[in-house]
Design a binder for this molecule. Structure first.
Ligand code: AR6
Length: 187
Protein backbone atom coordinates (compact mmCIF):
# COMPACT_ATOMS: atom_id res chain seq x y z
CA UNK A 1 0.00 0.00 0.00
CA UNK A 2 1.14 3.49 -0.76
CA UNK A 3 -0.25 6.55 0.99
CA UNK A 4 0.24 10.20 0.14
CA UNK A 5 -1.00 13.22 2.05
CA UNK A 6 -2.34 15.94 -0.25
CA UNK A 7 -3.36 19.17 1.49
CA UNK A 8 -5.61 17.90 4.31
CA UNK A 9 -6.61 14.83 2.31
CA UNK A 10 -5.16 11.41 1.60
CA UNK A 11 -4.51 9.45 -1.59
CA UNK A 12 -4.03 5.70 -1.23
CA UNK A 13 -3.02 2.98 -3.69
CA UNK A 14 -3.98 -0.55 -2.63
CA UNK A 15 -4.18 -3.89 -4.37
CA UNK A 16 -7.48 -5.76 -3.98
CA UNK A 17 -11.13 -6.21 -4.83
CA UNK A 18 -13.12 -2.98 -4.84
CA UNK A 19 -16.25 -4.71 -3.51
CA UNK A 20 -14.38 -5.51 -0.28
CA UNK A 21 -13.37 -1.92 0.45
CA UNK A 22 -15.38 0.25 2.83
CA UNK A 23 -15.95 3.77 1.48
CA UNK A 24 -18.91 6.16 1.29
CA UNK A 25 -18.76 6.13 -2.52
CA UNK A 26 -17.59 3.22 -4.69
CA UNK A 27 -16.90 3.82 -8.37
CA UNK A 28 -17.98 1.22 -10.93
CA UNK A 29 -16.35 0.76 -14.36
CA UNK A 30 -19.67 0.75 -16.22
CA UNK A 31 -20.79 0.79 -19.86
CA UNK A 32 -22.99 3.43 -21.53
CA UNK A 33 -26.04 1.17 -21.39
CA UNK A 34 -25.58 0.74 -17.60
CA UNK A 35 -26.43 -2.90 -18.28
CA UNK A 36 -23.84 -4.63 -16.09
CA UNK A 37 -21.02 -6.75 -17.47
CA UNK A 38 -17.74 -8.35 -16.43
CA UNK A 39 -14.76 -7.05 -14.46
CA UNK A 40 -15.53 -4.43 -11.83
CA UNK A 41 -19.11 -4.09 -13.10
CA UNK A 42 -19.83 -7.81 -12.65
CA UNK A 43 -18.22 -7.85 -9.20
CA UNK A 44 -20.20 -4.79 -8.02
CA UNK A 45 -23.57 -6.11 -9.22
CA UNK A 46 -22.87 -9.58 -7.74
CA UNK A 47 -21.83 -8.22 -4.36
CA UNK A 48 -24.36 -5.36 -4.26
CA UNK A 49 -27.43 -7.33 -5.32
CA UNK A 50 -30.22 -6.65 -7.84
CA UNK A 51 -31.33 -3.23 -6.55
CA UNK A 52 -28.34 -1.57 -8.26
CA UNK A 53 -29.25 -2.91 -11.71
CA UNK A 54 -32.89 -1.93 -11.16
CA UNK A 55 -31.80 1.65 -10.47
CA UNK A 56 -29.45 1.59 -13.48
CA UNK A 57 -32.37 0.54 -15.70
CA UNK A 58 -34.49 3.41 -14.48
CA UNK A 59 -31.67 5.87 -15.23
CA UNK A 60 -31.21 4.46 -18.74
CA UNK A 61 -27.90 5.50 -20.29
CA UNK A 62 -24.71 7.34 -19.46
CA UNK A 63 -22.34 8.69 -22.13
CA UNK A 64 -18.65 7.86 -22.19
CA UNK A 65 -16.70 10.35 -20.04
CA UNK A 66 -19.59 10.80 -17.62
CA UNK A 67 -21.06 9.09 -14.55
CA UNK A 68 -24.35 8.48 -12.71
CA UNK A 69 -25.23 7.58 -9.11
CA UNK A 70 -27.26 4.73 -7.61
CA UNK A 71 -27.61 3.30 -4.13
CA UNK A 72 -25.08 0.66 -3.08
CA UNK A 73 -27.40 -2.27 -2.28
CA UNK A 74 -25.56 -4.75 -0.04
CA UNK A 75 -22.12 -3.18 -0.57
CA UNK A 76 -20.42 -1.55 2.44
CA UNK A 77 -20.92 1.87 0.82
CA UNK A 78 -23.63 4.55 0.62
CA UNK A 79 -23.58 5.09 -3.14
CA UNK A 80 -22.19 3.56 -6.32
CA UNK A 81 -20.93 5.98 -8.97
CA UNK A 82 -21.17 4.31 -12.39
CA UNK A 83 -18.45 5.93 -14.50
CA UNK A 84 -18.03 5.16 -18.20
CA UNK A 85 -14.49 5.13 -19.61
CA UNK A 86 -13.83 5.38 -23.36
CA UNK A 87 -13.19 2.26 -25.41
CA UNK A 88 -9.52 2.45 -26.44
CA UNK A 89 -9.20 3.05 -30.19
CA UNK A 90 -5.50 3.90 -30.44
CA UNK A 91 -5.44 7.13 -28.43
CA UNK A 92 -6.32 9.68 -31.14
CA UNK A 93 -10.07 9.64 -30.52
CA UNK A 94 -10.28 11.81 -27.43
CA UNK A 95 -9.67 8.88 -25.09
CA UNK A 96 -7.49 10.84 -22.65
CA UNK A 97 -10.05 13.66 -22.27
CA UNK A 98 -12.90 11.18 -21.84
CA UNK A 99 -11.02 9.15 -19.23
CA UNK A 100 -10.07 12.31 -17.30
CA UNK A 101 -13.65 13.47 -17.47
CA UNK A 102 -15.01 10.12 -16.18
CA UNK A 103 -12.80 10.55 -13.09
CA UNK A 104 -13.61 14.26 -12.64
CA UNK A 105 -17.35 13.52 -12.84
CA UNK A 106 -16.94 10.73 -10.29
CA UNK A 107 -15.30 13.10 -7.80
CA UNK A 108 -17.92 15.77 -8.48
CA UNK A 109 -20.80 13.35 -7.86
CA UNK A 110 -19.13 12.01 -4.70
CA UNK A 111 -19.01 15.57 -3.35
CA UNK A 112 -22.59 16.27 -4.42
CA UNK A 113 -23.65 13.23 -2.35
CA UNK A 114 -21.65 14.34 0.69
CA UNK A 115 -19.20 11.43 0.59
CA UNK A 116 -16.24 11.60 2.95
CA UNK A 117 -14.39 8.78 1.20
CA UNK A 118 -14.27 7.29 -2.28
CA UNK A 119 -12.86 4.04 -3.69
CA UNK A 120 -12.07 3.82 -7.40
CA UNK A 121 -10.86 1.11 -9.78
CA UNK A 122 -8.58 1.79 -12.74
CA UNK A 123 -11.31 2.79 -15.22
CA UNK A 124 -10.98 1.64 -18.81
CA UNK A 125 -7.98 -0.64 -18.39
CA UNK A 126 -9.81 -3.98 -18.57
CA UNK A 127 -12.38 -4.82 -21.24
CA UNK A 128 -12.06 -1.34 -22.73
CA UNK A 129 -8.33 -1.83 -23.42
CA UNK A 130 -6.87 1.49 -22.20
CA UNK A 131 -3.10 0.93 -21.73
CA UNK A 132 -2.32 0.96 -18.00
CA UNK A 133 0.82 3.09 -18.30
CA UNK A 134 -1.22 5.82 -20.04
CA UNK A 135 -4.33 5.49 -17.89
CA UNK A 136 -2.55 5.63 -14.51
CA UNK A 137 -1.25 9.24 -14.80
CA UNK A 138 -4.69 10.42 -15.97
CA UNK A 139 -6.37 8.77 -12.99
CA UNK A 140 -3.83 10.18 -10.54
CA UNK A 141 -3.88 13.69 -12.01
CA UNK A 142 -7.66 13.76 -11.59
CA UNK A 143 -7.36 12.58 -7.99
CA UNK A 144 -4.63 15.10 -7.14
CA UNK A 145 -6.57 17.95 -8.76
CA UNK A 146 -9.61 16.95 -6.73
CA UNK A 147 -7.70 16.75 -3.44
CA UNK A 148 -5.92 20.05 -4.07
CA UNK A 149 -9.28 21.74 -4.78
CA UNK A 150 -10.21 21.19 -1.13
CA UNK A 151 -13.53 19.53 -2.06
CA UNK A 152 -15.04 16.45 -0.41
CA UNK A 153 -14.29 13.53 -0.34
CA UNK A 154 -10.91 14.05 1.34
CA UNK A 155 -10.16 10.31 1.44
CA UNK A 156 -9.37 8.77 -1.98
CA UNK A 157 -8.39 5.12 -2.51
CA UNK A 158 -7.54 3.49 -5.82
CA UNK A 159 -8.23 -0.24 -5.50
CA UNK A 160 -6.11 -2.03 -8.09
CA UNK A 161 -6.83 -5.60 -8.99
CA UNK A 162 -3.43 -6.79 -10.20
CA UNK A 163 0.12 -6.20 -9.02
CA UNK A 164 0.78 -4.89 -12.55
CA UNK A 165 -1.87 -2.21 -12.12
CA UNK A 166 -0.60 -1.30 -8.64
CA UNK A 167 2.94 -0.95 -10.01
CA UNK A 168 1.75 1.18 -12.95
CA UNK A 169 0.00 3.55 -10.53
CA UNK A 170 3.01 3.65 -8.17
CA UNK A 171 5.36 4.42 -11.06
CA UNK A 172 3.07 7.15 -12.40
CA UNK A 173 2.85 8.74 -8.96
CA UNK A 174 6.62 8.67 -8.55
CA UNK A 175 7.08 10.28 -11.97
CA UNK A 176 5.16 13.41 -10.95
CA UNK A 177 7.70 16.10 -10.26
CA UNK A 178 5.22 18.59 -8.86
CA UNK A 179 4.67 16.69 -5.62
CA UNK A 180 6.03 18.94 -2.90
CA UNK A 181 7.83 17.61 0.16
CA UNK A 182 4.75 17.34 2.45
CA UNK A 183 3.03 15.34 -0.27
CA UNK A 184 5.92 12.90 -0.76
CA UNK A 185 4.82 9.30 -1.03
CA UNK A 186 5.79 7.06 1.86
CA UNK A 187 6.59 3.38 1.14
N1 AR6 B 1 -11.82 -4.74 -8.07
C1 AR6 B 1 -10.94 -3.83 -8.57
N2 AR6 B 1 -10.49 -3.84 -9.83
C2 AR6 B 1 -10.95 -4.81 -10.66
C3 AR6 B 1 -11.89 -5.79 -10.23
C4 AR6 B 1 -12.32 -5.73 -8.86
N3 AR6 B 1 -13.19 -6.61 -8.36
N4 AR6 B 1 -12.15 -6.61 -11.28
C5 AR6 B 1 -11.42 -6.16 -12.33
N5 AR6 B 1 -10.69 -5.08 -11.96
P1 AR6 B 1 -13.02 -3.50 -16.36
P2 AR6 B 1 -13.32 -1.22 -18.22
C6 AR6 B 1 -9.76 -4.23 -12.77
O1 AR6 B 1 -13.02 -4.45 -17.47
O2 AR6 B 1 -12.03 -1.50 -18.87
C7 AR6 B 1 -17.50 -4.32 -18.13
O3 AR6 B 1 -17.98 -5.46 -18.77
C8 AR6 B 1 -9.32 -4.78 -14.11
O4 AR6 B 1 -8.20 -5.62 -13.94
O5 AR6 B 1 -13.83 -3.81 -15.15
O6 AR6 B 1 -13.68 0.22 -17.88
C9 AR6 B 1 -18.46 -3.14 -18.20
O7 AR6 B 1 -19.82 -3.56 -18.21
C10 AR6 B 1 -8.98 -3.50 -14.87
O8 AR6 B 1 -7.66 -3.07 -14.60
O9 AR6 B 1 -13.56 -2.02 -16.83
C11 AR6 B 1 -18.07 -2.46 -19.47
O10 AR6 B 1 -18.73 -3.02 -20.59
C12 AR6 B 1 -9.93 -2.46 -14.29
O11 AR6 B 1 -10.45 -3.02 -13.09
C13 AR6 B 1 -16.59 -2.69 -19.57
O12 AR6 B 1 -16.33 -3.88 -18.82
C14 AR6 B 1 -11.08 -2.08 -15.21
O13 AR6 B 1 -11.51 -3.22 -15.92
C15 AR6 B 1 -15.79 -1.57 -18.94
O14 AR6 B 1 -14.43 -1.79 -19.17
Amino acid sequence: MKELRVSDGVLRLVQGDITQVRADAVVNAANSALSGGGGVDGAIHRAGGPSILRECRSIGRCPSGSAVVTGAGDLPARIVIHAVAPIWRGGAHGEAELLGSAYAESFRLAEEHASGSIALPSLGTGAYGYPLDQAAPIALRAALAHLRSGAQPRDVTFVLWSIKALEAFEEALESFTDLKAPEKASP
